[in-house]
Write a protein that binds this ligand. Sequence first.
Ligand SMILES: Nc1ncnc2c1ncn2[C@@H]1O[C@H](COP(=O)(O)OP(=O)(O)OP(=O)(O)O)[C@@H](O)[C@H]1O
Ligand SMILES: [Mg+2]
Length: 361
Amino acid sequence: MRFDPGSSLGPYELRGIVGAGGMGEVYRAFDPRLNRDVALKIVPDDLAADPRRRERLRREAQAIAALTHPHIVTIHSAEDIDAHLVLVMELVEGRTLAEVIPSGGMPLPRLVKIAVQIADALGAAHDRGIIHRDLKPRNVMVTGDGRVKVLDFGLAKLRDPIESAASRHETESLWELTGEGKIVGTAAYMSPEQAEGRPLDHRTDLFSLGIVLYEMASGEKPFRGESVVSVLSSILRDVPRPLAELNPRLPREFTRIVRRCLAKDPDERYQSAKDLRLDLDDLRPGADVQRTDAGRAFAVFGYAVAPRADRRRRRRRGDRRRIGRLVRLVSRPGAAAGVRPRRVRTRDGRSRRRVRARRVP
Ligand SMILES: Nc1ncnc2c1ncn2[C@@H]1O[C@H](COP(=O)(O)OP(=O)(O)OP(=O)(O)O)[C@@H](O)[C@H]1O
Ligand SMILES: [Mg+2]
């Protein structure tokens, strides 16, 4: 059911639709009680028809609403309005990451800036026991000034009581709701354990983030196929084409990070979003210098893109060396007269400097 701009839903004034996905349509709306814009996600009636299921959806949404983090979209409430289940969210002004990634991939500094924020969001949610389960570029919004907000935390779980995204039931309901194109899009970011319907833990999100990083760096998805089944089988079996072939300018350290995220076995991946974030941080121009790991930064980027602070520090080091040389020169008696100390042997056989020396030519 579509709502027209200008119509009302409970206390909210609808201003227009901003998008539609597997969990319903999303509207821009105004809440006159708090005088603020919000986003409303209206859960399709067939998903929320069964009262028990609806109650569960509401409870789960409220658990997610407890997540407050600068890089996670805030869910204000889950409300029953005119027989619809409505998730009321913070409205993010920006574009989805899917719209922001250029066809050949994005420059590394911008990529790292976005990736670090996503990893931060995942780390905070995982700490509270919440897994995203549907991390993909369409669920990440980037504002005009480069700030990231991750959408739909934990909502994939709400689509079906059976938690496996690849389960027959869910695939069918998704298929009905979104059409084949969207399902293939969603399947392309699943982890192998999700694809097989095995139990999930937080490391599923790190695999999905690996896929997102791969796409951000190259503009291409690592696992592709014409149908859901072929995409899922590619995730389970294929080793993605090396990133360095698609984008030879990428530092080896970055391709190593992505490879580690994309390990099929969760035990071989990063074990926490925080560890992944630390490695991403090392690629960030400037941040690594504060952690005095400059040598590593140079090894990764080469001098051309070495952080500006580092270049300044090198210049200062050079200046200090020159000044030191000068000080040594003037502090030595006779130096001003252009004489250079000479090493002489003392009686006990040791060598020491002697001021009276030959004239510098
Ligand atoms: N809080 C929000 N603020 C601004 N825009 C939003 C917000 N939430 C969603 N959107 C927009 O609405 C679109 C549709 O969102 P929705 O989550 O329903 O679909 P999806 O992400 O494409 O698919 P899925 O259901 O698999 O998450 C998003 O891609 C985004 O452009
Ligand atoms: Mg979404």
